[in-house]
Ligand binder design. Structure first.
Ligand code: PEP
Ligand code: CO
Length: 432
């Protein structure tokens, strides 16, 4: 039977909310079906073409943003600060990368969160878990925690505003791109031998959007048929990814992603076996099309040295052209004595170092990075230039979900990645 945007409904689905009112759900879905697309097919194809270059070993994918966007903490300044941070990091990476640094924001749609338990119990009261603002509210009361389909419409509206802001900031930053690149060289202590190629600053910075394709009701309603390419496209974002908890080969999320033409990410964690990964690749990228698939390793600093070589070797031997990227955040989350979740910069850096070392040893292009970060001055992760310690976390711990790098920490990480790309790039060139 041929694929349709609704095919996922016949498959076992993890992590989807139980909406109590099916009529309201249908109404919200039809409303979305008639709504504006958030990413055009032309833009989606442009992203895939850029990532095809990365897949061939030229360039780098920089993907980052909030763990989860929220309705409460939305604002033009917040979007601008995260946008500026992405541009600054990209300019640093560009001094070492052999090709374009492709910027993909975890923004304008990153509203759904997978949870380890479906319910939460406080003082003997059990309520549905908070699944992100697109599903329900964080407050611990029955009304807030009941999944409300109208939230999908609000998420769509906020995403549209975010995309319009990103486009406006791209146009405005155009005038400053040379200065942003000069500042990146200063930050890295580099001279003019690393000057940015003219082509990179001759047009507005292009920035793409992405989120985890978790809430399939929302994704289905924003899937559109394109006559020109004779394909189905997700128009909720340019790139979507499948999370660590929903990548079952026969599950609903893989079924959905298999039928759309966009670039797809797949989170690869420590329990993923090489043969399972190869079957996922066969299912999601049967034509082995460069730019189609991004494998996002998220093992944790302790597991990466054992798990990553097995998986990278398997994809290389199978001849897959999928891009390998590193998410050094999700495998390095730890609890503090104070009951907060945090991540330490040394662990994050260790996993990144392992990623580049293993890639070099396995003859694979270390093609990208996936970070949870914000331009806001939060205190959620430990370490970095300001030496944040556990006792500092309370000052500005704002996340409802996972701890994010603040801008100083994100720039520290970008500087380390720049060093690693240069180091391994030179070794590749020496070996050639
Ligand atoms: C995330 O990216 O926010 C996330 C939940 O990641 P993972 O699926 O890798 O746990
Ligand atoms: Co997260």
């Amino acid at each position: 039977m041929s694929w349709t945007p609704a095919s996922w409904r016949d498959r076992p689905a993890q992590q989807l909310p139980a909406y109590p009112d099916p009529h309201a759900l249908e109404m919200a879905e039809s409303c979305l079906e008639a709504s504006a697309q958030l990413a055009s097919v032309t833009e989606n194809r442009a992203l895939s073409a850029k990532l095809a270059e990365v897949a061939e070993g030229r360039g780098f994918l920089l993907q980052g943003g909030d763990c989860a966007e929220t309705f409460a903490e939305f604002g033009a300044d917040k979007v601008r600060r995260s946008f500026n941070l992405l541009l600054q990091m990209a300019a640093m990476l560009r001094t070492a990368s052999s090709g374009e640094v492709v910027k993909v924001a975890r923004m304008a749609g990153q509203f759904g969160k997978p949870r380890s338990a479906p319910t939460e119990t406080v003082n003997n009261i059990t309520l549905p878990a908070y699944r992100g603002d697109i599903v329900n509210g964080p407050d611990f009361d029955l009304k807030s925690r009941t999944p409300d389909p109208l939230r999908m419409l609000e998420a769509h509206r906020q995403s549209k505003v975010t995309i319009d802001l990103l486009k406006a900031y791209s146009a405005a930053a155009y005038a400053d791109l040379s200065e942003i690149h000069r500042a990146a060289r200063r930050r890295l202590g580099l001279g003019f031998e690393h000057a940015t190629p003219q082509g990179d600053i001759a047009q507005p910075a292009e920035i793409f959007t992405s989120h985890e394709a978790l809430l399939l009701n929302y994704e289905q309603a924003l899937t559109r048929w394109d006559e020109l390419t004779e394909s189905w496209w997700a128009t909720s974002a340019h790139m979507i990814w499948i999370g660590e908890r929903t990548r079952q080969l026969d599950g609903a999320h893989v079924a959905y992603a298999s039928g759309i033409a966009n670039t797809i990410g797949v989170k690869c964690g420590p329990t993923l076996e090489p043969d399972e990964l190869l079957r996922l690749i066969e299912r999601l990228d049967p034509e082995n099309r460069p730019g189609r698939l991004v494998l996002i390793g998220r093992f944790g600093a302790a597991h990466a040295p054992r798990r990553l070589p097995l998986l990278m070797r398997a994809t290389r031997e199978a001849g897959s052209r999928a891009i390998w990227s590193a998410d050094p955040m999700h495998g390095n989350t730890v609890g503090t004595a104070g009951g907060r979740k945090t991540r330490a910069l040394p662990d994050i850096i260790t996993e990144i170092v392992t990623f580049f070392q293993v890639a070099a040893a396995e003859g694979v292009h270390g093609g990208g990075i996936h970070l949870e970060m914000t331009g806001e001055e939060v205190t959620e992760c430990l370490g970095g230039r300001s030496g944040l310690r556990e006792e500092d976390l309370g000052r500005r711990y704002l996340t409802h979900c996972d701890p994010r790098l603040n801008s100083g920490q994100a720039l520290d990480v970008a500087s380390e990645i720049t060093r690693l790309i240069r180091h391994h790039g030179r070794r590749e060139a020496d070996a050639a």
